[in-house]
Ligand binder design. Sequence first.
Ligand code: FE2
Length: 246
Amino acid sequence: MLSLFRKKTKHYADLSSVYADMHSHIIPGIDDGASDMETSMLMVRGMMDLGYKKLITTPHVQWEMYKNTHEMILAGAAAVKQKIEQNKLDVEFVAAAEYFMDEHFDELLKEDEPLLTIKNNLVLVEFSFIRQPIDLKEKLFQMQIKGYQPIIAHPERYLYYGAHKNWYDDLKEMGCLFQLNMLSLCGFYGKKQEELAHYLIKKKYINLVGTDLHHLRHIQILKSSSTVTDTVNRLLDSGMLQNPDL
Ligand SMILES: [Fe+2]
């Protein structure tokens, strides 16, 4: 009886027009995302509830924390895909990676190891939240020389850019794409990240949106936020987002 009176969370989110998510941590047991296959499947179902038709998952490749080789990522993705098929879930699932720009990443580039791409030559990269790497531009340039197009993951989360907003201009001038974490739009990471997210949108600097899904709570927050759906749909209407083409 009690459940009749329990307040239900209103389901606002409909991200079906985004079509493809390109930043998540769904493969079990290889980073700080899903811990087991059961959780992975709940995540996949949750993403389908949000309206997604394609999931490009991006495990961390960060050598100090997550020594994920391309083989490990692809094997993990194949196992998740098999479960998706067993469960007859109608969603496309592929893997790329979120590369932390550390020395290991330099090695991969130097050794011409083919990077896991979001699509074509698009590669998702991240770096320190504490300070911008001094050689960031050089590293991005090295990627470009090898034929890759860098996508900067969650630029609004590098708070040191708040005091140096011209650094964003520099990255854009270099030809980097920017991927916004949708959770930043509802203040999930903090007020400053939310403000930077809106600053970047106003500058028309955002090219892609991602969930950066690590756990089921992220889906609940996205589901209950009308701000996220409204803002993302506005971005889609303005033609800025490349997600539907992935
Ligand atoms: Fe991530």
